[in-house]
Design a protein around this ligand. Sequence first.
Ligand code: NAD
Length: 474
Amino acid sequence: MNAPQTDTYRDDALIGGAWVQATATDDVENPATETVIGTSALCDGSMVDAAVTAARKAGRGWALTPAAARADALAALARALRSMRDELVDVTVAEVGVSVVNARAWHVDLAIELIESASANARNYDFEQELGNSLLLRKPVGVVACITPWNYPLYQLAAKVGPALAAGCTVVLKPAALAPLSSYLFAEATIAAGLPEGVFNLVPGAGSVVGSALATHPDVDLVSFTGSTAVGRQVGADAAAQLKRVCLELGGKSSSIVCEDADLKSAVEASVDSAMLNSGQTCSAWTRLLVPAHRYEEALAIAGDHANSLVVGDPQSEATDVGPLISAKQRNDVAGVIDAAIARGARAVAGGSSRPSEKGHFVRPTILADLDPSDPASQSEIFGPVLVVHPYNGETEAIEIANGTPYGLGGAVWAGTEARALGIARQLDTGQVDINGAAFNPEAPFGGWKASGMGRELGVAGLEEYTEITAVQR
Ligand code: NAD
């Protein structure tokens, strides 16, 4: 596949409503074909300064814009994005390698839905609340730096930029270096929607340059970061040094617990699908499957069959389930993790590290069994299409295994009754739990415990992250 019918060769940043050329660019690769499909700007510190200054300048006016008018602007932005839907899907498939079916549903449509949700929340939220003799004023926190990863680039930026603008903040976005093209389209949509100059600014570039400059910038009031736990720690430390507000959405290692009385087949198959979604590059994926010990072999057979039935290949094909990983490095890292786990005694019930095709960064959907829950493959985020299956004896042990990682982002419980599943959900130290395959709720708070981060995105909780309170006593 080649470049989509969009100007994907970019060398600029959006600063104060104008496209400003950078002096250097970085290539963007299609991970399925390993060909260059575009470029993006490599901005420097002075461009970061200019973008923060532009956001600060636009901040007072945007903060004083009535919430209903901000809601209208966000609705116009959602419409502009909707009119670009096909282009957004093409670019997302090309730069991420996600299958076109998943690009439509999870990357593009969901991102537009999040902007619509932010619009509705700006319209309906009570920015002034009475409390006894106090009037609580919820004010925008100010200039927000959004730093996003490559795995769901459009969704991630929408989850930040929508609520930040709804709250009355102005934004400087640094998109992921590996998948910046959909962020350029988003920036074009902000112009088409008529957002005031400087309210949204885009500064692509390296994390160590642009990301770091934003995280340490004295005129940035809040950093909203999604990415790895290692970089999140650095961003958190940078923000703490200036007592800057920070919201961190980090890695995960989430468990899917299948109870005795659950429908084993559908629970196991859904867990495999979760682990393989987006080629396994989903922070909240259920990458550990916990099944009753006496049904372990049965569960492994179901998981293996289902993993083998998934179509791996050209992400542009409607029939494809699993595309490539984002880069050669990611592919090699994941293959290395699989090989090391097998060397420690893991049984590969499906998949393995061998390449299914010579071109593209593909890894076969892999099911690993017979590892202790303390094994690194069951403790660390792999970020590839790998599911680790563990047997358990009794619910208490299942809960202990599920809680026994450094992370706490997602999770699932499958049970014959909601009451039983809820009883387990109440004991899981994690930000989200889905019972019996319940649908994703884009209004529900999303975020992590422990090494999965701090703060919440989406819905009203997401909007409140971008506010400060002034209590006025009368
Ligand atoms: P990453 O941490 O390498 O990079 C994330 C972003 O931070 C990129 O834009 C990068 O350029 C930037 N960055 C790098 N160094 C920086 C620095 N010193 N200061 C500021 N910014 C810097 O992560 P990634 O590889 O792009 O994404 C994958 C990771 O993201 C996985 O660990 C995944 O679990 C996590 N993730 C979490 C969530 C969530 O909501 N919890 C969602 C998606 C992805």
